[in-house]
Design a binder for this molecule. Structure first.
Ligand SMILES: Cc1cc2nc3c(=O)[nH]c(=O)nc-3n(C[C@H](O)[C@H](O)[C@H](O)COP(=O)(O)OP(=O)(O)OC[C@H]3O[C@@H](n4cnc5c(N)ncnc54)[C@H](O)[C@@H]3O)c2cc1C
Length: 318
């Protein structure tokens, strides 16, 4: 019996999310029984390193094409069946999200997305927790039956080094032909993608216009943060759509979320209120964001943000 985990990578390099998923798989295997087996679709020279986060072995499935949920689901399902797995773990990323449903049908398993705790066994199967009602509550779900597919929320489990590099075996699984071809790829270079970012500086309509974003970018660069924004800001084209966080945007869980000139509407909070520390800068003392803030600065952001940047600069130069 084992837990099979998809270790996502880009061009052979693992993202932090892959280490989170593998470590979560290791903790799940400890809780439910068995070993953690990491699956790498495609090639990575770093595959052995997944052992450090708790994989007992890595199965590499040779594949050179673009991401295709049919192929990945086939590979994961086959490795799971070959190793009598009881659980498949993926990240709650765009890749993981597109695999969950397909895998649960194909592998005849119960599925639960965006979990943030290690499952425990109960009389009928397992129980595991996930946030509900736009992150306002945490619910415990039961999955009955012997098989389940879980997608792990980003930043929910810190990846810890628990062991040493592990063996890697190459799988002989026959994959179906891909039905996907990539027409164009646009990448954002030089920044940590929002779902993986530990520090995020975000701004909203209080910025008045795109020409004022320099102070936000300066603050973000000074502390090594990724920039984000509220939805109307992306909708009006002040900022690119990939920066939009919230219910209909990216859901994030950074260690620090600084929000300047954002009111804190429920749809915005849905994507950010799991952040570990929230700092709100808003000139309206009635702004709803203050209710969920760990630190609140009730003042004009055009005054506060540059002073905050300056304070961080001084602190870093000490
Ligand atoms: C179905 C649905 C889904 C949605 N999904 C999302 C989502 O995913 N993400 C999202 O963000 N929104 C989402 N929204 C929109 C959401 O309801 C809010 O309208 C939006 O979040 C407001 O954006 P904002 O806070 O930037 O702007 P505003 O509500 O206009 O707030 C601007 C804030 O800036 C403050 N401010 C102004 N000037 C200054 C200054 N100089 N210094 C300091 N503070 C200042 C104001 O006091 C105010 O609180 C959704 C709405 C719907 C209906």
């Amino acid at each position: 019996m084992s837990v099979v985990v998809l270790a996502e990578h880009t061009g052979g390099k693992f993202k932090k999310a892959a280490f989170e998923a593998v470590h979560y798989g290791h903790l799940t295997a400890q809780s439910l029984g068995g070993n953690c087996i990491a699956v790498v679709v495609g090639n990575s020279d770093d595959a052995r390193q997944l052992g450090v986060y708790g994989a007992s072995k890595v199965v590499k499935v040779p594949y050179e094409g673009p991401f295709d949920s049919r192929i990945y689901a086939h590979a994961l399902g086959a490795v799971a069946s070959q190793n009598s797995a009881h659980t498949i773990v993926v990240n709650h990323s765009s890749t993981g999200k597109s695999l969950c449903g397909r895998l649960s049908v194909q592998w005849d398993a119960g599925s639960l997305s965006q979990v943030n705790s290690v499952p425990v066994t109960n009389e009928a199967g397992i129980s595991v927790k996930k946030p509900v009602f736009s992150g306002k509550a945490v619910a415990t779900f039961k999955i009955e039956g012997p098989r389940r597919v879980l997608s792990l929320m980003g930043n929910a489990i810190a990846p810890q080094e628990v062991s040493s590099p592990c063996p890697v075996e190459e799988s002989a699984i026959e994959l179906p032909d891909s039905q996907v071809s990539v027409v164009e790829t646009k990448t954002v270079d030089g920044v940590v993608p929002l779902p993986e970012a530990e520090l995020v500086v975000s701004a909203g309509r209080g910025m008045k216009g795109p020409e004022n974003w320099g102070i936000i970018e300066e603050l973000a660069t000074t502390i090594g943060a990724t920039t984000a924004c509220s939805r109307p800001v992306a909708d009006t084209g002040w900022r690119p759509h990939h920066e939009h966080v919230g219910q209909t945007g990216v859901a994030i869980r950074p260690n620090l979320y600084i929000a300047a000139g954002i009111s804190g509407a429920i749809q915005h909070l849905a994507g950010v209120n799991s952040s570990k520390c929230i700092v709100v800068i808003n000139k309206d003392p009635e702004a709803p964001f203050f209710k969920v803030a760990d630190y609140g600065v009730c003042a004009d952001l055009f005054d506060v943000v540059p002073r905050l940047t300056e304070a961080f600069r001084k602190f870093k130069s000490q």
